[in-house]
Ligand binder design. Structure first.
Ligand code: SF4
Length: 472
């Protein structure tokens, strides 16, 4: 029986005794304490406590990564998220749907380098029928039974419900009607893409045509009921307030509690990982919104509009500030580390925190291992969505292992279940075999792909034979 840790709402979030108990897993932060920590705790202190909590869960020695491949089977999408540079309408010249042989060929390349899973997501394409997905999953299972299929984020499932009109009286039943056959056809787990920020005021502004938070969480609940694991994500550093970030974590935690209580005893799945990353602005409509303090009439000393609107219970309304949604507050390295560290302390019922270094750069990602993250994400062979929006770094496996080792840990390859497959503690470790590091420096993916169509996965593939990403 899942029993959440005790809360102590009378105590300050900065109380050392409380933080000791949180680090040990014996106490839980309230939303107010989470907000207080984010706003008032020195960054280094926050890192210290997040690291303590991480070590309680994951020990002192090993930090992990996974080898997988991100396959974006289509860039055609019914939604128009303002932060997205990847989507296309179906009639645009560079709109694509990968044919099955191309897709299977990509998996073959993954298997050849020791990869264990694919992360497969769209675009939400209105014209692909359910049999297209079922036959694809079956074909993958037949050719590559050893490959874990981590696919179709909650917004895709909600669009599947809209496109296919499956039987059911409630959204939950309709999702189950779609998810069960996909599961039988070979779907292994559901990635947490499309989380963004759950608070409705923010979500309505940035995720045009994308599902609500409740629908997102309902998809994951059904996945857990059917025995599949999932992950959760948060994209921050745009129009949202800090309280929105805490509210987002609170929603993940609440639903995880409920699903663990309802399904864990019967072999149900759970949310295994939380990954957060800052918004990347290049080539996106939202990226053209002025930074706070640089718009006409801005008073940079006044509170950021997102903070005026945000509430810890997610009920903030856009009318609370006339500039809400019309100014952004981008997150730099310290804001990133602060939010990630808080997520480690706050999400006491989520096993893994991923360091999202793809957008921040390898060395910030490396430091993230001291700010509550136990996992460096994925070594994988292409990345299209984030690279369309600008800064995306890529690394090969030796460099990734070296970053983990230089942070003071043993690098270890894991699978999708977060089981360690191999610990790199000997001279044959990928990083310890390298003699000339000059050929293995981290590079920016979008610079490598310069001049090529960023949304076309084949283009990224020809220039980036082995890259790392954290879109989980
Ligand atoms: S972020 Fe995803 S759902 Fe939103 S427009 Fe882009 S591809 Fe579509």
């Amino acid at each position: 029986m899942h029993v959440p840790p005790t809360v102590h709402p009378d105590r300050s979030g900065l109380d050392e005794g409380l933080l000791e108990a949180v680090a040990a897993g014996a106490a839980r932060l309230t939303p107010q304490q989470g907000l207080e920590i984010h706003e008032r705790m020195p960054l280094e202190t926050l890192g210290f406590w997040a690291d303590r909590r991480c070590r309680t869960l994951h020990g002192d020695s090993i930090r992990t990564y996974v080898i997988d491949r991100n396959i974006n089977y289509t860039n055609v999408c019914t939604a128009k998220c303002t932060f997205c540079a990847f989507r296309r309408d179906g009639d645009e010249a560079d709109a694509y749907v990968l044919d099955r042989e191309t897709l299977l060929g990509k998996i073959e390349e993954l298997v050849a380098i020791g990869g264990t899973q694919i992360l497969m997501q769209g675009g939400m394409h209105p014209d692909l029928p359910l049999p297209w997905y079922l036959e694809l999953l079956e074909a993958i299972g037949e050719r590559f039974p050893q490959v874990h299929v981590h696919a179709f984020s909650p917004p895709e499932f909600i669009e599947f419900v809209n496109f296919f009109d499956p039987p059911g009286d409630t959204l939950e039943q309709k999702i189950r009607s779609v998810m069960e056959p996909l599961r039988k056809a070979g779907l292994d787990s559901v990635p947490g893409g499309g989380g963004e920020i759950f608070a409705p005021a923010v979500r309505r502004k940035i995720g045009l045509g994308k599902c609500t938070a409740e629908a997102w969480l309902t998809v994951m609940r059904v996945a857990h009921e059917l025995g599949m694991n999932t992950s959760a994500t948060m994209m921050f550093g745009h129009i949202e307030g800090i309280a929105d970030r805490v509210h987002h974590m609170e929603m993940v935690r609440q639903w995880q509690d409920r699903d663990l209580a309802d399904f864990a005893r019967d072999g149900g799945g759970s949310c295994k990982a939380f990954i957060s990353w800052p918004f990347q602005r290049e080539n996106t409509p939202l990226g053209r919104v002025p930074d706070w303090g640089f718009g006409e009439g801005d008073d940079p000393d006044a509170p950021f509009p997102g903070d005026v609107v945000a509430t810890l219970d997610g009920t903030g309304v856009k009318e609370s500030h006339p500039l809400f949604g019309r100014r952004v507050r981008m997150a730099g390295s310290s804001a990133y580390l602060r939010t990630q560290a808080l997520s480690r302390l706050y999400l006491d019922n989520v096993w893994s925190i991923g360091s999202s270094w793809v957008t921040m750069g390898p060395h910030v990602g490396q430091v993230g291992l001291r700010y509550g993250a136990n996992d460096m994400g994925s070594v994988m062979m292409e990345e299209n969505v984030v690279s369309s929006a600008g800064t995306t770094f890529c690394l090969n496996e030796p460099t990734l292992c070296r970053l983990i080792r230089d942070a003071g840990f043993l690098p270890a390859q894991r699978n999708n279940e977060y089981d360690v497959i191999r610990v790199h503690d000997g001279p044959e470790s990928p990083d310890l075999r390298v003699e000339d590091w000059s050929t293995l420096r981290a590079q920016r993916l979008h610079q490598q792909s310069e001049g090529e169509t960023p949304a076309t996965s084949g283009a990224a593939e020809t220039t980036v034979p082995l890259t790392v990403s954290d879109r989980d």
